[in-house]
Design a protein around this ligand. Sequence first.
Ligand SMILES: [Zn+2]
Length: 288
Amino acid sequence: MAEGKFCPVCGRAMHPIKWGYAVCNNCKYMSSNAEADSGAPVEGVEAVRKKNFTTICAFIKQNFPHCNTVLDVGCSKGLFLDIARVAGLTPTGLEPDAKLAEHCRAKGFDVLDGFFPGADALSSKRYDIIIFNDSFEHIPDPQRVIKGVTEHLHPEHGIVIINLPTSEGLMFQSALLLMKLGIRAPFDRIWQKSSSSPHLHGFNKHNLRMLLEKNGFTQRYSSPFPFYTVKGLWRRLTCQTSFALSLVSWTALILLYPLFRLKSDCFVSYFLIGNSVQGQQTGGARCE
Ligand SMILES: [Zn+2]
């Protein structure tokens, strides 16, 4: 979203910060002026994603036993598809990168080509669950995305799961402070600004909930997620950052690991389509 536009969550005017970033002073939604792209997989995140995806699939099985079909938007190399299949779900991938889509098909998965929403291959298909694993923040128009979710979810018991970074995290807030002091590199790195898959949006659990609720969804549960694991961290940092910044970041992240777990930079939220009562019927975890 360019500076000078309106907040997609609450509709107030966005206020420019600098270097192409802007914030809504009402709901704290943030935006970057980076251009959207299909991007490449981020290196070094497999260990933490595996852990988080396993948690999500267990939550689905425990709390939504009537749900089976899952559309994974931006399925990349198919890590979520692997874990969902083992958990007994029936996952389908949606992936704009032809090579990644082929990689997943070679593992036996059904993968649709294209972007969400609007991919021709989606046609009138509907799913019990649509999941965005670190993809929601990369798609240009959140309102259009949610409209697409409504069109492709089961109209009575559909669930959308959004797993993404939060602007309330310790790493994000530290980098924001440095950016305001004139040190730009860590903030640009968090937004993946120089990569082929930059973040366009900075949500937190409150404004994401506002966005979904104003579009007719009900939040069932939200929880912080680990943002990184020690395993894979060096590879993750060095794939997009200079050696010097990687070394400083790696040292800080290792030394302050307990702190970063306390105020995590990642979260997951589960939303039910409409004002469904299935949340009350299924018991289990409560909203937070
Ligand atoms: Zn706002």
